[in-house]
Design a binder for this molecule. Structure first.
Ligand SMILES: Cc1cc2nc3c(=O)[nH]c(=O)nc-3n(C[C@H](O)[C@H](O)[C@H](O)COP(=O)(O)OP(=O)(O)OC[C@H]3O[C@@H](n4cnc5c(N)ncnc54)[C@H](O)[C@@H]3O)c2cc1C
Length: 434
């Protein structure tokens, strides 16, 4: 990777890639490998975008953004191995607790109540959902199943523990098309040295211009010209946009000519929901030794996890993970109030011991102007939104980023990676001599 440069690319590139997250660096690498000159324009002063590893929070790297590789078959594994990165499996299932509104219990005990049992089959029922009968919101789907009480809380958790929205806003067809069910059933892994090391490995031979906040993109069938906030311009025969949907929806980039109606409708079909991590480092662990995670059906936090569960000699750090309305509520408090609110919740969930907090960090992705939210899901009746977002329908301007991916799991690092590979192939084909 080149050192930081004050100006845009020295040589006219064949392709401009906007954004140096996983989608951007993956697309750029593929293009460089096919012999094209590529300039990546990145608004921040770092690589990775929503992959953001903190090294100043405690004695070991902690993830403020993406944390897990989802599944043993993820497309990113080849690079993880080539980079020689050590991974550790995540054991959310072993040592997990759940709170369905009546206090925290170890997972097998929490679901012993017969009134919870009807909700056990929800994933199976979702997988059997018949798309030819039209779309439903998650709220309608749950309502149709007739779950009540704790079963209802559990059913809501299936949708909203990962997706950052209200059940009313989540489309069932979109959720299935997104492959989101695989997240509930697959195995997860962490990169020990930090997720950002994977991005750095992929970007190692690439030219990145940092601090380049793109605000105008002029596109046509012949090429693309982009302008940055400080007035610099760059032109190329083609460009790939990898910006998060939240950034595009906020109107942070002006398109000339405006994007066609189909693209704008596709953009409106995805919701970029709030996701917030509150990282908490304690003087010592106050949780049971085997505790790995706590799934919360109620309270201010969606899910707690023990960041270094099962690893020796690591600091006692919990991640309080909040999605959708819970993230928005914690974000509306001062940082001090948010910490107090979460500590009170922890005291209620672990009444035997008193947590002694040593440090905290709140990372609110909805407040980040270069993310505009944590990640996205698809509205009801908009199941094809991601395909239309990805479509190469805007001349020499191409589309990547995890919001444009449905393969294999949308809105993930892997989705960003596969979208970058796809968009690079589209560009290479468009620029190939005829
Ligand atoms: C808290 C959190 C936890 C997550 N956990 C996981 C997980 O465990 N596993 C998983 O697979 N996924 C997870 N995700 C999702 C995952 O991080 C994203 O889907 C993926 O990293 C997106 O990559 P991307 O390249 O599409 O977008 P980004 O990473 O957002 O990259 C886009 C880039 O564009 C840049 N940019 C923005 N505006 C401009 C502009 N105007 N000009 C120039 N550049 C600009 C940004 O700075 C950024 O670098 C999580 C996300 C969050 C927020």
């Amino acid at each position: 990777m080149s050192a930081m440069r004050a100006s845009l690319a020295d040589e006219r590139p064949d392709v401009i890639v906007i954004g140096a997250g996983m989608a951007g660096v993956t697309a750029a690498r593929a293009l460089v490998q096919s012999g094209l000159r590529v300039a990546i324009l990145e608004a921040r002063d770092r690589l990775g975008g929503r992959i953001y590893t903190l090294r100043d929070f405690c004695a070991a790297p902690v993830e403020a953004g993406a944390e897990f590789i989802h599944g043993v078959g993820a497309k990113t594994w080849a690079d993880v191995r080539a980079a020689g990165l050590r991974v550790r499996p995540n054991s959310h299932q072993r040592g997990a607790m759940m709170n369905l509104g009546d206090g925290s219990r170890w997972l097998p005990l929490a679901v012993l109540y017969p009134d919870v049992w009807p909700a056990f089959g929800i994933l199976r029922r979702l997988a059997r959902f018949d798309p030819t009968r039209g779309d439903l919101s998650a709220a309608q789907f749950i309502e149709h199943q007739g779950y009540r009480g704790r079963a209802r809380i559990l059913a809501d958790m299936v949708f909203t523990s990962h997706l950052p929205g209200e059940p009313e806003d989540i489309g069932v067809q979109g959720l299935i098309a997104d492959g989101a069910l695989a997240l509930e059933t697959g195995r997860d892994f962490r990169i020990d040295a930090g997720y950002d090391r994977l991005v750095e490995f992929i970007a190692r031979d690439l030219q990145v211009v940092f601090g380049a906040v793109v605000d105008v993109v002029a596109w046509s069938d012949r090429g693309v010209r982009v302008r940055t906030r400080n007035g610099q311009t760059e032109e190329a025969p083609a460009a790939i946009i990898t910006l998060p949907a939240g950034v595009l929806q906020a109107g942070a980039v002006h398109f000339e000519p405006p994007l066609p109606p189909d693209k704008r409708a596709a953009l409106a079909g995805v919701i970029m929901g709030p996701v917030l991590k509150l990282l908490l480092r304690f003087e010592e662990p106050f949780w049971p030794r085997r505790f790995s995670a706590l799934y919360c059906g109620v309270g201010p936090v969606t899910l707690y996890w023990n960041v270094f569960h099962g690893v020796r000699d690591r600091p006692p750090v919990l991640c309080a993970y909040c999605t959708g309305p819970r993230a928005a509520a914690l974000a509306s408090l001062t940082e001090h109030e948010a910490v107090e609110c979460v500590l009170a919740d922890l005291r209620a969930n672990f009444p035997r011991n008193r947590p002694r907090l040593a440090a905290w960090r709140r990372v609110d992705w909805a407040a980040d102007p270069f993310a505009g939210g944590g990640y996205s899901f698809v509205r009801p009746h908009a199941a094809d939104a991601r395909h239309r977002l990805a479509a190469p329908s805007t001349g020499r301007l191409f589309w990547a980023g995890s919001e444009t991916a449905t393969e294999p799991i949308a809105a993930t690092v892997e989705g960003a990676f596969t979208s970058g590979v796809r968009a690079a192939a589209e560009v290479a084909q468009a620029l190939a001599p005829r």
